[in-house]
Ligand binder design. Structure first.
Ligand code: ARG
Ligand code: ZN
Length: 566
């Protein structure tokens, strides 16, 4: 190869890593040129951050930059590490800009200038690092502190609705499941003013989405702590690179109201939490809003109390709930509350701006839907159910525990079956990691299909179309490890086919036992894909089903489905 060609190739494939530095009024901006497009993720370090790129688009390098609180930077082909002065606690914004015209693709870091925290958390001593532990989550590892088991969140939320300003007091009961000197909760975009551990002021640091808390001792395994966090600010929704505001999750203001859609990692936009489905906890919500607004949350309505022109609404979720299933809605609501059975209360909420009869026809079938589910899986696991509508019209509904959240866009009846069925699969039995999401969405799609096509002939015709489309599109397996594909049809459609195929293979009766045993075994806990496979083998006594299921769940090729006919 000619020498000039080699250098031309080098020039085009590698970019010079040293960042350009710009100083603005409130922030320093670091710009890294990239040799191409990439996704990235940001991880907080003790006194620093690390940005992982999915593509090797940087030149390995290290050095210093002319920013007062930055001690050093280092790049590898696919990572950037910045080290800060320990006193630097600002939240850093990272954005990717694609190449355009002459401009190379760039990664832009905005580093707000130092503002001294009002109560400096013992800045003299080095902040302890949580004990490193194996993290089972591959897509959202930053959201889970594997050393923790949160038992209860008691959330005091005082909301200025017009300004969308939140003052929060979170009292968190937790257990350390490994010995650690510090814990790592998630809270993004809100400012913490004070942390107490067991009633004593504790040192803390906010680094990106992480709230690090010094336990002031190395915990013993199984020790419980009462952690209180006082925080405030205007909540910002959580976005992945490339997400629009509509894609974003968390605490959302729309028109006159506020609503919450957390799945997968939006809970950290409104309360400090171990933001992962594997760490379920009970909840109490105390929502204070100015009159005439109403605050609604998951669980059972306990008390309401007035103080001057505000009102506090208290709700309790006494069954364990994953953080992504927690919700709060603030608006003016019409409500419909009735005791359907001695142990099941229905509560539905409609924003005042929606027509009186909005989705009344579909909601009229709720009892039939409950019967439909119970016949197949067993009693509804909770003592409340209901739906709440947002004023926002699109795009999806969410199975927020005991109170499904629906958009103001009209949905077919099967969409209500889908969310209701998550009561068993999703809420009661919760996926252990995000890769196990098909245990939620594949199941909900399965029940939605059965409701939509009660006659086996129609169901088969419908499934044949889905199956052939999946085959033609080379649909990847429902077990997902790529963050961008988490909510793709892989989990929903190919996930549902796992169950339909299993049912046709073992027969309706054995399949019914599988559903019931699997739910009963893991009710109010988590289940992994392995747990499901084991449960099937155990219930049916057929070890050969392991291989069959694994092809459907992990196989890159969509397996044969002879029962659908040719
Ligand atoms: N779990 C919801 C359902 O039942 C869908 C959530 C989609 N989430 C998202 N961030 N796009 O279908
Ligand atoms: Zn779903």
């Amino acid at each position: 190869m000619h020498k000039h060609l080699i250098s031309a190739l080098l020039m085009s494939s590698l970019a010079f890593a040293a960042p350009r530095v710009g100083e603005h009024d409130n922030a320093y901006r670091l710009v890294f040129d990239l040799a191409g497009n990439t996704d990235f993720s940001v991880q907080a370090l003790t006194s620093g951050i690390q940005i992982q790129l999915t593509q090797p688009v940087l030149t390995p390098e290290s050095g210093t930059v002319n920013v007062p609180f930055v001690r050093s930077y280092a790049t590898t082909a696919n990572s950037i590490t910045l080290k800060f002065d320990p006193a630097y606690l600002q939240e850093i914004k990272v954005s990717f800009l694609p190449a355009s015209g002459e401009q190379k693709a760039r990664l832009v870091l905005d580093l707000p200038k130092m503002v001294l925290a009002s109560t400096p958390p013992s800045p003299s001593k080095d902040f302890p690092v949580p004990t490193p532990a194996k993290n089972p989550e591959v897509m959202y590892p930053e959201s889970l502190d594997p050393n923790l088991d949160v038992l209860n969140y008691d959330l005091g939320l005082e909301v200025d609705v017009q300004k969308n300003f939140l003052k929060g007091t979170a009292l968190i009961q937790l257990k350390t499941v490994a010995s650690t000197p510090a814990i790592r909760l998630n809270l993004l975009g809100l400012t913490v003013s004070e942390v107490q551990v067991n009633g004593k002021t504790a040192a803390f640091q906010q680094q990106g989405q992480h709230l690090l808390i010094d336990l002031n001792e190395t915990s013993s395994v199984g020790k419980t702590y009462r952690v209180q966090v006082i925080y405030s600010g205007v909540p910002k929704t959580v976005k992945d690179p490339g997400d629009t505001e509509e894609d974003s999750v968390g605490w959302k203001k729309f028109k006159d109201g506020i609503y919450v859609l957390n799945e997968p990692n939006g809970a950290m936009s409104w309360f400090p939490c171990n933001d992962h489905p594997s760490d379920k906890a009970t909840f109490t919500f105390r929502i204070t809003v100015p009159l005439p607004y109403m605050g609604v949350a998951n669980g059972t309505s306990k008390t309401t109390s007035n103080l001057n022109d505000s009102k506090t609404y208290v709700y309790e979720m006494k069954e364990p709930m994953a953080t992504y299933l927690a919700t709060v809605h603030i608006n003016r609501f019409g409500q419909e509350i009735r005791q359907l059975r001695p142990n099941l209360k229905i509560r539905n909420y409609f924003p005042a701006s929606l027509p009186e009869d909005f989705q009344k026809k579909e909601l009229g079938k709720l009892e039939a839907m409950l019967n439909f589910m119970e016949k197949q899986v067993g009693p509804y696991p909770f003592s409340e159910y209901g739906v709440i509508f947002t004023e926002y019209p699109t795009p999806y509904a969410l199975e927020t525990q005991t109170l499904s959240t629906f958009p103001s866009q009209k949905k077919a009846d099967w969409a209500f079956v889908h969310e209701l069925s998550h009561g068993w699969f999703g809420n009661s039995v919760t996926p252990k990691t995000w890769s196990d999401l098909w245990l939620s969405e594949g199941f909900a799609t399965y029940f939605q299909d059965l409701w939509q096509y009660p006659k086996e002939k129609d169901l088969k015709a419908f499934l044949k179309t889905r199956y052939e489309r999946n085959l033609k599109n080379k649909m990847k397996p429902p077990y997902i490890t790529e963050r961008k594909e988490l909510f793709s049809q892989r989990a929903y459609q190919r996930g549902s086919l796992v169950l339909h195929a299993l049912k046709f293979k073992i027969g309706e009766k054995a399949f019914g036992q599988v559903l019931q045993n699997y739910h009963k075994t893991h009710a109010f806990k988590n289940a992994s894909t392995e747990d499901f496979v084991q449960s099937v083998v155990k219930t049916t006594g057929k070890p050969e089903l392991k291989g069959f299921l694994e092809k459907w769940i992990y196989g890159s090729v969509v397996p044969e489905f002879p029962e659908l006919g040719q």
